[in-house]
Design a protein around this ligand. Structure first.
Ligand SMILES: Cc1cc2nc3c(=O)[nH]c(=O)nc-3n(C[C@H](O)[C@H](O)[C@H](O)COP(=O)(O)OP(=O)(O)OC[C@H]3O[C@@H](n4cnc5c(N)ncnc54)[C@H](O)[C@@H]3O)c2cc1C
Ligand code: SF4
Length: 330
């Protein structure tokens, strides 16, 4: 591991200035991803700017019934917050479905969104990987890819984003706030992650050196009737091979409002807009849920060993929406 410096930032402007002064510096949240990547040699920062002492650890209500979540709120505090559990239950469930209790106590909201892929070749310094070394190739396309992308990928990279939290935040139209030396900015989460294209190493639209300060959830009454379901290869402490965040508002058997996002299918949490359009205003039935899933998954492109994800995601849509519709009818 390369020798590195460590500074603890105490205010936002100071954190941004410290990072800006050293092109090889990185922000340090809980360190649960970054430090692992430093140990494996994928990341080699010269300086870590610790952001955990910044005054960004609050969850506050916004006008109209939304929530503003500070970037250094830990995953544990986010999942336990009574207003998160009441207004956006799928978000609390998604966070609790990730990692372990100890990791969630350390991991922060900002770090979770910026965690890197779990593609095995990304951390194997001997393998070609366009995300780690641009232009070197992608070992996964012809290699081990059973947990890789079926939507939105390119021949340059087929990795998936590992965040559970990000899937629920995407379903609820979260907006990321950040600070740079030139001032503050905002990005809707759907625009936060860049398309893969031929630049898989450039993962987000954040300006260089930007510090994430908060994530804001707009008011969404439908989110109170939401669920996160994660499928994984063992019952705990494992990343998703498929997941869904869903919210449903059914009135007199008709879909009044619906939110859907998928995890483990793309380089970013995948908002299922085509499925939402197919469902809105129609009858809430298992057949309609299946047809909506098919509408979204028509764009899926499976590799030889990950075609099961198409069926898995379709089944998740039908199962979770059916449960939510049955609960609404009670
Ligand atoms: C064994 C294990 C199992 C896991 N299982 C899951 C799982 O099932 N589901 C899941 O979603 N996650 C899982 N995780 C990942 C875990 O959730 C992430 O490692 C964690 O959320 C990252 O947060 P952090 O604060 O520790 O980030 P860090 O490791 O500190 O940082 C990650 C990245 O974000 C940057 N960064 C951090 N904060 C900011 C900020 N405020 N502004 C700008 N940049 C910032 C850092 O520079 C770095 O590039 C697992 C991790 C481990 C080790
Ligand atoms: S899928 Fe992406 S992360 Fe994995 S080897 Fe290919 S380029 Fe690298």
């Amino acid at each position: 591991m390369r020798e590195f410096g460590y500074r603890r930032a105490v205010d936002v402007a100071g954190a941004v200035a410290l990072l800006g002064a050293d092109p090889e510096a990185r922000f340090l949240g809980g360190g649960t991803n970054l430090v692992d990547l430093m140990k494996s040699g994928v990341e080699r920062p010269a300086l870590l700017v610790d952001v955990r002492e910044l005054p960004l650890d609050r969850i506050e209500g916004t006008e109209g019934g939304g929530l503003r979540i500070g970037a250094t709120v830990t995953n544990s505090d986010l999942a336990a917050h009574p207003e998160v559990r009441r207004r956006y239950p799928a978000l609390a469930q998604a966070v609790l479905a990730g990692a372990s209790g100890q990791l969630r106590n350390m991991a922060t909201v900002g770090g979770n969104l910026l965690q890197r892929t779990r593609c095995g070749y990304f951390t194997d310094l001997a393998a070609p990987c366009n995300k780690r070394v641009p232009g070197s190739g992608c070992a996964a396309v012809e290699g081990e890819h059973h947990n890789h992308a079926i939507l939105g990928a390119s021949a340059h990279c087929v990795a998936v984003h590992p965040s559970d939290m990000g899937v629920a935040l995407t379903a609820f139209d979260a907006v990321v706030s950040y600070e740079t030396a030139d001032g503050p900015g905002e990005l809707p989460l759907e625009a936060f992650y860049r398309p893969v294209g031929d630049t898989p190493h450039r993962e987000t639209a954040l300006p260089p050196g930007a510090l994430i300060t908060a994530v804001t959830l707009p008011p969404a009454p439908v989110a109170a009737h939401s669920r996160y379901r994660k499928v994984r290869e063992r019952a705990s402490y494992a990343f998703a091979i498929g997941s869904i965040a869903a919210a449903l508002d059914v009135r007199d058997g008709v879909v009044h409002d619906v939110r859907l996002a998928f995890g483990a299918v793309a380089s970013r949490p995948w908002r299922a807009r085509a499925a939402e359009r197919a469902l809105t205003g129609g009858v809430a039935s298992a057949d309609a849920f299946a047809a909506a899933a098919d509408a979204e998954l028509a764009a899926a492109k499976a590799l030889p060993h990950n075609g099961y994800k198409v069926t898995l995601t379709r089944n998740l849509v039908v199962a979770v929406l059916t449960e939510l519709a049955e609960e609404a009818a009670r």
